[in-house]
Design a protein around this ligand. Sequence first.
Ligand code: HEC
Length: 115
Amino acid sequence: MRTLLFALAAVLACAAPAAAADGAKLFALQCKSCHGAKSTPMGPTLSGVFGAKIAGRSDYAYSKGLKAKTGTWSAENLDAYLAKPAGFAPGTRMLTAVPDAASRAALVDYVRTLK
Ligand code: HEC
């Protein structure tokens, strides 16, 4: 239950439009609760995710929806996933969307730097 509430709070926090398009700040506010330096049940780590195979980590049990996607993460498909996760990958367990395009662009730029 606690985990569920935490997840809900994180999802709600992500629905608020961001004032400043600072990728690192946005990531800390909207993504870090589920995406840390190591994969956890809350989400896979995003280190090295840019250019990597979609749903390709061996230390995380992805949903069938995300596993059904082929290819690697690029600026284009990351933008699409963040804009509408279930639109990009029906059945994905990630519910967090980032409606603001400038915020998405800043986040994608930041995710690109995660080694
Ligand atoms: C409430 C938890 C949660 C939050 C907040 C969240 N995510 Fe996720 N994310 C997930 C989960 C869970 C998955 C795995 C989804 C699946 O298996 O369908 C995921 C998957 C991903 C993936 C695919 C990883 C891979 O290895 O293919 C990316 C990229 C991603 N998230 C980016 C973000 C970004 C950027 C943010 C911040 C805007 C964010 N996520 C916020 C839970 C979250």
